[in-house]
Ligand binder design. Sequence first.
Ligand code: ASP
Length: 479
Amino acid sequence: MANRYTIRHPLTNIHPRSLKHLSFHLYSLLRERLWLKILIGMVLGIVVGLVLGPSANLVSRDISYMIGEWLAFPGYIFLALLQMIVIPLVFASIIRGIAAGEDMEQLKKVGMSTVAYFLVTTAIAILIGLTLALTINPGNFISTEVVQQTMGSEMPQVSHETMTTPEIADLPGMITTLLPKNPLGAFATGEMLQVVLFSVIIGIALVSMSPSQSKPLLELMGSLQEVSMTVVKWSMSLAPLAVFGLICKFTLNLGIDALLGMLVYVATVFLGLMLLFCLYMIIVYVVARRGTIPFFRSIRDVVLLSFSTSSSAAVMPLSIKTAEENLNVRPSISQFVIPLGATINMNGTALYQSIAAVFLAQVFGVDLGFSELLLIMVTVVGASIGTPATPGIGIVILALILNSVGIPTSGIALIIGVDRILDMSRTAVNVTGDLVTCVVMDKWVGSKKTLDEEVAEMNEREKKRRALGEDVIVNSHTE
Ligand code: ASP
C-alpha cells in the first residue's frame, strides 16, 4: 500500500460508476419475455408474408411490395435507432471502462492479453466457418431458378479483380490510417476501429490526468451512456413489431421457395455457431474449471436478451452485471473487457461472414484458391473488429469481404431474407464470447486485489456516491 507521502497514479484516484447500474433499463425486457414476443413476431411474419406473397396470388406484386415496405417501417426505425446510438454508447463505455482499471500495469496487461485473445479466437472462428462451408458446400444446394428469381434474370458478372495483397513497405502507412486524423469523420462514417482506437487513447489520456481535470469529461460520458441506454430501451419496445415486419417483407419479396432453398446455408451457419459455443464451453472448463450447465445457467438471461436485441452493445450493462454477479469476475476486468469486446470481439459474426462468403462464391461459381481463402480470413478478422455492435450490420460489412475476393456483392440480396434469425443467433454467440473472455482474463491477468476486495471497495464507493449524489468519485492524492 502507498505510504502517506506517495503520490498515486491518477487512475487509482478516480472511480466512475459502473455501466451495470444502467441494466435496470433492460430488466423490464427480460421480465416481459421479449425473446418470446420476438419468436412469435418471426413466425407471424412468415405466415403473413406467405399469405400476402406472390405464390398465394391474393394481391398483385406491386401491392404486396407496398404492403411489405409499410410493414417493415417499424423495423427500419428500430434498426436506425440502434445504429444511431451505438457509436456514442461504445465511445462513452470504452472511456469509462478504462477508468475502472485498478492501476496502469493491470490495464496494460488486460488490454494486451484481451486483444491477443480476441485475434486468436476470431481466427479459430473463421477456420471453423471456412471448414464447414467447404465441406457442406451449401451453395450447391440452391437452384439457379431460385437465384434468378431473387436477383432478377441477370446473373451478376463475376469480377476477376481482387484486392491486391499489400507489400511489407505499405504496412506502416496502413497501420497509421487506423488512427483517425479526423475523429468526427470516423464517427460520421461509422469507422468502428478508428472510433475504438480514438476512445482508448482519450480514455488513457483522461486517466493519466489529474482527477479534478478528468472528472467533468468522465461525468459527461456517464450522461451519454444514460441517454444511449434510454434510447436503446425505446427502440426495444419496437423489437417484436420490427422483427415481424422485416421477416414479413422478405417472405413477401422472396417467396417460400427461395427461403426453403436457403435451408442448408442457414443450417451450416447454425452448426458453426454451435461448434463455436462448444469451444467456448471447453475454454471455460479448461481455464476456469466451470461446468457447461452452471455456466450456461449463469449467462442465460443476457444470452436471451442479446438474441432478442441483435445488439451486443445494447446489452452491455447486463453483460457487465452478469460477469460480476453471476460469474464472479473482478469489476476492473469486466468493465474494461465488455465494452471493448462488444465492439471488437465478434466471433459469431466472423464465422457467419466466412460461411456467407464461401456460400456466395459457390452460388456464383467463383473459384476460391488458397490465396483467396487467406484473403477472406484476413479481411474477415479486420471486418469483424470494425463491425459496429448493432443489428444487421454484419451483412453490410460482408460486402467489403465479398469485394476483396471478387464475389458479386449483389449476392447479399439472396441471403438478406434469412439474416434476421442468423443475426440474432450470432449476436448471442458474440455476447457469450465476451463473457468467456471476462472469465479467462480474470483467471489469467486478475489484479493485485481479490474479487472480494474489489467488490467491497466498489460497494463502499457506491455508498459514498449516494451520500454525495456524485457519479464519479475522486479519492485524495495521498494515503
Ligand atoms: N448484431 C451483431 C452484434 O451486435 C453484429 C452483426 O453481426 O450484425 O453483435
